[in-house]
Design a protein around this ligand. Structure first.
Ligand code: A3P
Ligand code: MG
Ligand code: MG
Length: 366
């Protein structure tokens, strides 16, 4: 049996924003250049202004690219939560545990009529754990490849530009510890997207408390000594140079995903590298995450509204908590352009592969 949550009409999500909590990092983990997991901040990167004029395609032939067709479930996030719980001696208090990317898709739903999604969810010890449905992710990537535009650089090269920009704009140690030579040689660094730093935060939307894990591109200065204080994270993005009103409208539409993604982890600053159509870095612009919704609202015919994203997410999470109330595995699905999100059971018992044995065994003892 399928239960439906209507997306339309979105007017019912208008009005003042439901309460939101400031995200606080509770733990972190890293993947090294071989995508091997470790607890802690080994792979954190520092922001340092990139040189303009760089060719973002340079090094595409030596790109160390993560094979993201593998299903990693929630494993690293759960390992990190488990370690945190061992330290504190108690369970985290979240109602939902998921990747930041899943919450981004949910929050964007009212204003995104293009993309669908599929997730798997299970209830365990009063908390709903949500993963991406990997088969769907892999299939939609393939479609994306087939629907490629007939002009311009190949899709793979355009995707590389984003990672190249990260390499050009970051350093593995703070300014002062880093050789000037490293900064000057960044253009020749091998680009590797297997290496990642991931922040695990406690946050809240409406009545729901969430524990989210997500990648953070860089830090501006250093982590504050006081745990739970805001961290000066930096999100890096690349975007085509704005040359016309329609480019500008497109950019303001893109700002929705930038904003949601950064808002969810408490990333205060987004640095956009504007590039030419053939991938030359032309300039960088710093954007304050917090100001994005009002900036977009101040324009004629805004294409999205941040408060409505929050209100939609708050309502949808409450609906999920009501719906996913017994054992088994549930599918959360939105088909492209569909006016609703469907939730239905795909396994009657157990937790599928959403929860690792290590995590379940730990929680049984706790
Ligand atoms: P840009 O966003 O600058 O184009 P993120 O910005 O989330 O840190 O991601 C870094 C880069 O990963 C992106 O850079 C883009 O190149 C690539 N990327 C992210 N999400 C993607 C997706 N859904 N499909 C393809 N590439 C993606
Ligand atoms: Mg990133
Ligand atoms: Mg980025």
């Amino acid at each position: 049996m399928s239960v439906q949550f209507p997306v339309q009409p979105i007017g019912r999500f208008a009005g003042a924003s439901q309460p939101v909590r400031r995200p606080k990092e509770i733990a972190c983990f890293s993947y090294n250049e071989n995508h091997e997991f470790s607890l802690g901040d080994a792979s954190i990167k520092w922001y340092y202004t990139p040189q303009l004029g760089a060719d973002l395609s340079k090094g595409f032939d030596t790109f160390q690219k993560l094979d993201d067709s593998k299903d990693e479930h929630l494993d690293s996030l759960l390992t990190t939560i488990m370690s945190h719980e061992k330290e504190t001696g108690k369970k985290i208090d979240a109602h939902f545990v998921t990747w930041r990317g899943m919450m981004t898709k949910i929050m964007a739903t009212p204003f995104d009529n293009q993309d669908g999604f599929e997730m798997n969810a299970t209830l365990y010890q009063d908390c709903i754990f949500i993963e991406e449905n990997n088969a769907y992710k892999v299939a939609s990537r393939q479609n994306e490849g087939q629907n490629r535009r007939r002009h311009g650089p190949p899709l793979e090269v355009m995707q590389f530009w984003g990672y190249k920009f990260e390499t050009l704009a970051t350093m593995p140690a703070p300014w002062g510890d880093t050789e000037r030579a490293f900064i000057e040689n960044r253009e020749n660094e091998v680009v590797n997207n297997k290496e990642q730093y991931c922040s695990v935060v406690r946050t809240g939307i409406g009545k729901s408390i969430l524990c989210l894990g997500g990648e953070v591109d860089a830090i501006w200065d250093s982590k504050p000594a006081q745990k739970g204080s805001p961290i000066n994270w930096v999100e890096l993005k690349t975007s085509a140079e704005i040359r016309s009103q329609s480019d500008m409208d497109n950019f303001h539409r893109k700002l929705m995903k930038y904003w949601i993604q950064s808002f969810l982890l408490g990333v205060p600053k987004i640095i956009v590298g504007f590039r030419s159509r053939d991938g030359i870095l032309l300039n960088v612009q710093e954007i304050e995450t917090q100001k994005i919704p009002e900036t977009v609202n101040g324009r004629p015919n805004p294409s999205w509204n941040g408060d409505m994203c929050v209100n939609f997410a708050a309502a949808f999470l409450e609906f999920l908590a009501q719906t996913i109330s017994d054992e088994g595995v549930w599918r959360i699905r939105r088909q492209p352009k569909s006016p609703m999100i469907e939730v239905y059971k795909v396994e009657e018992t157990g937790h599928g592969d959403i929860l690792s044995d290590d995590f379940k065994n730990w929680r049984i003892k706790l």
